[in-house]
Write a protein that binds this ligand. Structure first.
Ligand SMILES: C[S@@+](CC[C@H](N)C(=O)[O-])C[C@H]1O[C@@H](n2cnc3c(N)ncnc32)[C@H](O)[C@@H]1O
Length: 137
């Protein structure tokens, strides 16, 4: 993917994150019985599969790249007990992710970080696992 295209992708996402999602929230609740704050296609059952696929022996450090509004990061933190670091570029998304972490009761072991996957501000080997859901949609 060319860098110019990627910038457009991020700009498009930032516009979406600045909008109200009340209708989307109602749709998620009606469809899945929970409001995930999704901005992609990952369903709750698939997030459960993702958590199982991590196969970590215990609570670990997980990087959720392109976390958006914190989905599925909050679920990985809540169900797996993991310390989850949600990274994304638009700050509007990260504000929502922070709210989602608080609402899920996992604020103590979750973190948001504004940055790009192409230049991560973490030391090599810091994470036990990396997840991403619909990163380049
Ligand atoms: C379709 S959204 C999915 C968000 C969330 N994972 C979900 O499933 O609801 C893709 C996200 O990836 C982010 N993203 C794209 N390229 C990125 C990059 N290089 N570094 C960090 N985030 C990126 C976008 O800003 C956007 O928030």
């Amino acid at each position: 993917m060319r860098i110019k295209d990627h910038e457009e992708l991020i700009d498009r996402q930032a516009v979406k994150y600045a909008r109200s999602i009340s209708v989307w929230t109602a749709l998620e609740e009606a469809t899945f019985g929970m409001a995930m704050g999704s901005n992609g296609y990952l369903r709750p059952a698939e997030a459960e599969s993702l958590l199982a696929a991590l196969a970590l022996p215990g609570p670990g450090r997980v990087l959720d790249l392109g976390t958006g509004r914190g989905w599925p990061a909050w679920m990985l933190a809540r169900e797996g007990g993991h310390s989850v670091f949600g990274v994304d570029v638009p700050v509007e998304a990260l504000r929502s992710a922070r709210d989602a972490f608080e609402a899920a009761g996992v604020a103590e072991h979750t973190f948001v970080c504004a940055g790009s996957g192409s230049a991560l501000p973490f030391a090599s080997g810091f994470f036990d696992a990396v997840t991403h859901a619909d990163l380049l949609c």
